[in-house]
Design a protein around this ligand. Sequence first.
Ligand code: ADP
Length: 478
Amino acid sequence: MEVLYLSAEAAPWFKTGGLGDVASALPEALARLGHQVTVVTPLYGALLPGAPPPAPTGLRAAVELEGGPVVLGISAAQRGRVRWIFLDEPGLYGRAGIYGEGGADYPDNAVRFGVLSAGGLAAMRALGRRPDVVHANDWQTAPAMMLAKLAPVPPRTVFTIHNLAFKGLFPPDILRRLAWPASLFTPDGLEFFGDVAFIKAGLAYADILTTVSPTYAREITTPEMGGGLDGLLRKRDDVLHGILNGIDAEVWDPRTDRFLPARYGRGGKLSRRGGKARCKAALQEELGLRVAADRPLFAFVGRLTWQKGIDLLLALLDGPIRERAQIAILGTGEPDLEKALRARAAAQTSGLAVRIAFDEGLAHRMTAGADFLLMPSRFEPCGLNQMYALRYGTPPIVRATGGLADTVRDASPDLSSGTGFSFGPEEPAALRAAVERALAAFAKPDALRAMRERAMAEDNSWEVAAARFDRLYRGLAP
Ligand code: ADP
């Protein structure tokens, strides 16, 4: 089938989080199953290092706005079997950030992503392709689900919720500015407590809804976690599917990872002098931590936000763990949390390394070099880092929510089963107790090595998810 896949970010070109990884790997996995996949994303100003540079095709697409059309250049890049298309409009997209800068969203995001949503459909017309399926992701491209319905021969539509917490809320006059029908401003349409919610264009109009884990699919239909959208989601429960994200098994493979100082695989390579031990020593050195194999090293990688439980992490840093373990933190996010972490790092002279940065290579080295990965998320639609950690033999310590609950098996008391450590309550004491269990496991090298092996044996590749999307797409065929 001819598939248009719309996303506000796609690795390796542009990425702030999991969506970028998904939009890179899933289209390729779908193409391997025989689909013709075109991914459309904006051409932002700051290409990630090493990304194959998009080049202009000479084609153009136009999107009608209130004051006249905006014309988008169409650039393309080569990689794998997918057609990668970048909408080029420097005034809208040619900036350093994807969604904003310095912790603040760009004020014209409604126009930027409204134009992306319409521009994706227009770009397909310019390319002479007629999609059978339009697959959009999160609020930024959700309007494509509604706009697709306005076409003379509407394509089928699939909308994936990566994070329901981001709704894309804007004042109602945005409908006029984007030249969308005013009739959409109803509770059954895009209206959400007096605002326009872009995400509702996906939730209300798409033929099929998916989200990124079975547990999150259940959670978002509850008032506690539905954020006011649970009613609509309950109404659409019959078309809502929880499909676990996969990981890019080529980019995240400890046997071949080009970012690592040493490489390792399963089966006896986790010894004291094996590749993982060398990664740990090199990481300790890189981060200015004492190089000591017998010192348990905990890592956190990710966005520094309330969602990720950074406040729980901060409370952990104040506890007794600081005398018994090393902690490494890599992330960017809310300015207050960045500041608090910087202050902790300045106050604590040893055992704590904080890097406020987006650093792909360091993320790989931390995933490989750490003994355990910390992921105390308040909610986690799927989460990728815990799956990377499993693959790298780094048992994750997670709060049992969303995709974390679906991918990490809690260790049994004797450590004979399980791939990580999970806890329930959103409380520092619960995280601390899970960390204590990990520390106890660290004191039993044989049992811990067996646990690392079990973690590395988990299969979280994209093939499983791609096969499910394949079935959903086919079920939509006219
Ligand atoms: P989310 O999508 O909520 O941010 P995920 O766990 O699904 O969380 O995906 C996060 C992705 O972004 C992972 O690939 C992770 O390695 C990457 N990432 C997040 N923050 C950083 C950072 N500061 N440096 C490098 N990679 C990061």
